[in-house]
Design a protein around this ligand. Structure first.
Ligand code: GDP
Ligand code: MG
Length: 788
């Protein structure tokens, strides 16, 4: 039978995995291999995709992909029995004998090196590598400490976070994107792989989620082949032990040949010991004691012999290309074309490789990729059997199941989604936000009064006074007062993301998004887009196909970002007081609607083809750690203030200057005669059809290109209270135009980084055109209704 024919609750044993190329490799890497047991948990509310349980975790597959996998139905009784009876007893006794059962004790397996340490003062670089949701960010924050300098390095290929380890000078740890394997399925995987291969960290800290042991170790097995000193941080031990499970650490260290340190990143247990081990192996360059996990007896040793034969065959080429031999060999057998190109094999050698692989497939009865994946899982099974006392059904999993009954339930999922998002927006923009904003506003007002009185008393030059009060306080001040709104929205978005809910949203919405030619994964960048387009564009890296990334990047700017809020607030207060909730919601919806229309149009033209497959892990719900949330908010607030006092301040001062002086540098009474009015007046005709041909508006829109918030600060400076002259209809056009027109410079830079300059330019032109047309439509409708 095919996997999609399973009924909820039924289990099956996988027999054959169809499909091809990178997608099939991804199935295998996620543990969907022949012989594995898999159970259908549920169907998404709209019937597609499906949620499966395999290797003790939840995985989503679309119906069309599940059709490619055949399996044999298992009787209920055959479901893996929990550890009871003799096997369980035996394991329990092992737990008593365990020499290293708990958190924070020194391992005894790991010999303290006495060889040649790296010279004093060498920078010890570490890569933090692990699956998504294994606790990398939490550990990173613990290691670096929130008062450490943490920088974002959004480079061309690398999107990573660096920081020094607290208490150790000359260390640098890099938080890499979460990955499942070293096959380049998505760009993030390639980024992480290249980081290890090319940047050559001194050591790897591999974070492994102990509650999801088998799937996490799959990456570990591949990392071991990189031949770089490595320590495993076995995370979430609190949860595992809380549910009656444990791990025989010493046995695990012996079986893997590397130090393993049990930790709980969230509770900061075992982290100090982890650091000691990590620094030690980096300093003494202690490489893994073994990389060779293929058994000579495993299924007649076919895979074992093939791997070793290929290793010998390519040894010289791998050395020349600077690749770890064992890694190159297993990637070659898996059919990794990037490695193939790098190795530059002779035609003869390619022939031999092909023969070796064919022979292996024949003897093993599995194709090349499945055989390698199976070999890895086979060893992982051995490690797991020997070292892990599995917990009973964990509380966290039961809790997740209960929550999912509602949050991904057939009839409740979509109403809950709407309710949750509605609540977030209501709390942000209605309840908490405005309150804090008022408070901040009053504070800024007081400060302004104080400063201007002081300046008057001190007889400060009148021009400087005008600059400070009209320019800086009016402009930057009005922007800064939006800080609370932005921080609160990010707070909720990060709660949703960290708790694991966003993954469910992707699961529930996949089917709907497919109608517009995208996959459920695109919902993540889009929701982040409501916070800020820059991280949203960056988060599209998790999407495995370029087509989906392009399309998602094109649509995210339509999701109204928080920087546009000041604009809405400003106009709504002035023209539509009392309707703020309605109008702001309407604008958000309009943005989404236009995004959908755009997608529908482009789906048939620019973005032909199918959306990426939807193979995704659904992690257990977890309480987000306050520390992570706090750190994120702090970063966002700092970022925002930094922008307010750099870009926005400069834009405000420039605008103030241009509007206060004429071309002979005389101060003008009325800004009508200023440089600004002349300059902006030349562009204004473009905006005549949409009724926005006032030079002051044009100027503010242009400065909004630098940062959206400065639309308000510039208008504040230029109109100085005379805003009413604009008229209600123009205000409405302005709102719609601001919603849709070009993303800010930072967002464009992010798009350029991801997709190249040409695409970035096209996005800008496209958005401006859409904005112009939409504003025109609003004006025509308004005129027809007799407004204006
Ligand atoms: P990342 O995706 O690998 O960066 O993972 P995060 O650091 O965002 O962590 C994922 C989730 O696991 C968050 O909700 C954390 O609060 C939680 N978490 C991380 N470490 C631990 C731990 O040691 N114990 C428990 N119980 N939860 C943890
Ligand atoms: Mg993270």
């Amino acid at each position: 039978m095919k996997l999609n024919e399973l009924k909820p609750g039924q289990s099956a044993r996988i027999e054959e995995v169809g499909g091809e190329g990178a997608l099939r490799q991804h199935f295998l890497d996620m543990g969907v291999i022949p012989g594995a047991e898999i159970a259908l948990v549920k169907r998404a509310p709209l019937g597609d995709p499906l949620e499966f349980r395999i290797h003790g975790y939840e995985l989503t597959l679309r119906v069309a992909d599940a059709e490619k996998i055949s399996a044999a139905l298992l009787e209920k009784a055959a479901k893996a029995a929990p550890e009871t009876g003799s096997a369980g007893e035996e394991k329990k006794s092992k737990r008593v004998r365990t020499a290293h059962p708990g958190l924070g004790e020194e391992g005894i397996f790991h010999p303290k090196g006495s060889g040649d340490p790296l010279p004093e003062g060498t920078l010890l670089t570490f890569a933090l590598v692990g699956n998504q949701n294994s606790g990398k960010t939490t550990l990173f924050n613990q290691l670096t400490g929130s008062n450490q300098h943490v920088g974002n390095f959004p480079g061309v290929t690398v999107d990573r976070k660096d920081g020094g380890i607290r208490g150790y000078s000359n260390t640098r740890i890099t938080d890499l994107p979460g990955i499942y394997s070293m096959s380049p399925y998505s760009r993030e995987e390639l980024v992480s792989r290249n980081f290890v291969l090319e940047d050559r960290p001194r050591a790897i800290i591999n974070i492994v989620d102990a509650t999801n042991f088998e799937r996490n170790l799959y990456l570990t097995m591949q990392l071991l082949e990189m031949d770089v000193p490595m320590v495993v941080a076995l995370n979430m031990m609190d949860e595992l032990r809380g549910n009656g499970g444990t791990v025989d650490i010493n046995r695990m260290e012996a079986m893997l040949g590397i130090p393993v340190v049990p930790i709980s990143a969230a509770k900061n247990e075992g982290v100090d010991e982890l650091v000691r081990h990590a620094v030690h192996i980096a300093k003494y360059q202690e490489k893994p004691l073994r990389q060779d996990f293929c058994g000579a007896e495993d299924h007649g040793g076919a895979v074992h012999r093939a791997l070793h034969a290929v290793s010998h065959l390519i040894e010289d080429h791998a050395k020349r290309a600077g690749l770890p031999v064992r890694f190159a060999a297993s990637k070659l057998i898996e059919g990794d074309s990037l490695i193939m190109d790098q190795l530059q094999l002779d035609p003869n050698e390619k022939d031999m490789l092909e023969h070796i692989v064919l022979q292996m497939e024949k003897e093993r009865g599995l194709d090349h990729s499945a055989a390698i994946a199976d070999m890895r899982f086979e060893y992982i099974r051995k490690v797991s059997d020997a070292c892990v006392i599995h917990p009973r059904e964990s509380r966290e999993h039961l809790r997740s199941e209960r929550l999912d009954r509602v949050l991904t339930g057939k009839y409740t999922a979509i109403p809950m989604f709407i309710l949750i998002m509605g609540l977030v927006f209501f709390l942000t923009f209605f309840l908490i936000g405005p309150f804090l904003q008022d408070l901040l506003d009053q504070g800024i007002g007081l400060l302004k009064d104080l400063v201007s009185r002081a300046m008057e008393a001190g007889h400060v030059n009148i021009t400087v006074q005008s600059l400070v009060t009209d320019g800086i306080f009016e402009g930057v001040g009005s922007v800064v007062s939006f800080l609370p709104l932005i921080v609160i929205l990010f707070f909720f978005l990060s709660l949703l993301e960290d708790s694991g809910y966003i993954a469910r949203v992707a699961f529930v919405m996949d089917r709907s998004l497919r109608r517009i030619g995208l996959s459920g994964r695109s919902i993540v960048p889009m929701l982040i887009g409501f916070g800020c387009t820059v991280p949203a564009v960056m988060s599209t890296r998790t999407l495995p196909s370029d087509r989906d990334r392009r399309m998602t990047i094109l649509l995210t700017p339509f999701m109204s970002c928080t920087a546009k809020l000041p604009i809405y607030g400003f106009f709504v207060n002035a023209f539509f007081p009392g309707y703020s909730w309605l109008i702001i919601t309407g604008l958000y919806l309009l943005g989404i609607l236009i995004g959908i229309l755009t997608a529908r149009v482009f789906r048939k033209t620019l973005f032909r083809g199918e959306a990426v497959p939807f193979v995704m892990e659904l992690p257990n719900y977890r309480m987000p750690s306050p520390r992570n949330v706090w750190q994120l908010l702090w970063e966002k607030a700092r970022d925002f203030l930094h922008r307010a006092f750099s870009v926005i301040l400069i834009a405000t001062i420039v605008v103030w200057f241009l509007k206060s002086f004429d071309f002979r540098f005389n101060m003008v009474e009325d800004s009508q005669g200023s440089m600004l009015s002349v300059l902006a007046g030349t562009v204004a005709p473009l905006f005549r059809p949409v009724g926005l041909d006032d030079w002051r508006i044009v100027t503010s829109l242009v400065s909004g290109f630098m940062a959206k918030e400065s639309v308000v600060s510039v208008m504040e400076v230029l109109f100085r209270g005379g805003l009413e002259t604009l008229g209600t209809l123009s205000a409405a056009c302005m709102l719609v135009f601001s919603l849709l027109y070009t993303p800010c410079v930072a967002a464009i830079a992010a798009i350029k980084r991801e997709m190249g300059g040409k695409w970035a330019l096209e996005v800008v032109l496209f958005q401006c055109a859409v904005a112009w047309i939409a504003a025109l439509a609003v004006r025509l409708i308004g005129l027809a209704l007799g407004m204006g």
